[in-house]
Design a protein around this ligand. Structure first.
Ligand code: G3P
Length: 218
């Protein structure tokens, strides 16, 4: 299972990278705005900085919603750095753009996916990654994890290469449940990754080991 961090915050990306378990980064226009990164030039520079910080894939989202605009922007993004994956929204023009990029060997991440039907379409169009937003489904009393399971079943039935990138992950249990279901990737905040390492018995056990060592080595 690949771990991506879902942020445009360079400190958090560096912290996750330093942990040694980071496989990539996802961003979106809201996350860029949250860091105060505005204007095309600054946004492109920021993508380059992120690519320099991490070894893996970095998803960069197009703003255009028409086919020609998405192609132009996606090609510019893909040329920025070899680690860039072009993020395309799940709309009709987006499906055409996914196919266009797939035919030309440009990697894509189909975003804003909320149903198994949308995920099936993204795979048919040749998306590299599909991003079902599990947290936002949970927010409206719909089981986000169930969507991951449905997509896993469909992709396995037909051996689609598209990787399931569980997105809108909010906490550590989402990560764990996605791992059980077999999501290929999860993207979430740093806290969702760090939560995996916490256990009170580990802390108690370590404290006892160190205390016993101290007693015997005074
Ligand atoms: O990966 C998609 C993500 O950025 C959306 O997360 O928490 O805004 O639903 P959230």
């Amino acid at each position: 299972m690949k771990f991506f961090i879902d942020t445009a915050n360079l400190d958090q990306i560096k912290e996750a990278q330093d942990l040694g378990v980071l496989d990539g980064v996802t961003t979106n226009p809201s996350l860029m705005a949250k860091e105060g990164i505005t204007g095309k030039d600054n946004i492109f520079k920021h993508y380059n900085r992120i690519c320099e910080l991490v070894d893996g894939d970095v998803s960069a989202e197009v703003i255009a919603t028409d086919f020609e605009g998405m192609i132009k922007e996606g090609e510019e993004l893909a040329e920025l750095h070899e680690q860039i994956v072009v993020k395309i929204p799940m709309i009709k023009e987006g499906v055409k753009a996914l196919k266009y990029f797939s035919d030309r060997g440009i990697r894509t991440n189909c975003t804003l996916v909320f149903s198994a039907g949308q995920a099936l379409l993204a795979a048919k169009a040749g998306a590299t990654y599909v991003s079902p937003f599990i947290g936002r489904l949970d927010d409206i009393s719909t089981d986000g994890l169930n969507l991951i399971a449905e997509i896993r079943l469909i992709y396995d039935n037909y051996e689609f290469d598209t990787q399931i990138l569980a997105a809108s992950v909010r906490h550590t249990m989402h990560v764990l449940e996605c791992a059980k279901i077999g999501a290929d990737v999860m993207t979430g905040p740093l806290s969702s990754i760090e939560g995996l390492l916490k256990h009170p018995l580990t802390d108690i056990g370590l404290e006892k080991f160190l205390a016993d060592y101290k007693k015997g080595n005074q």
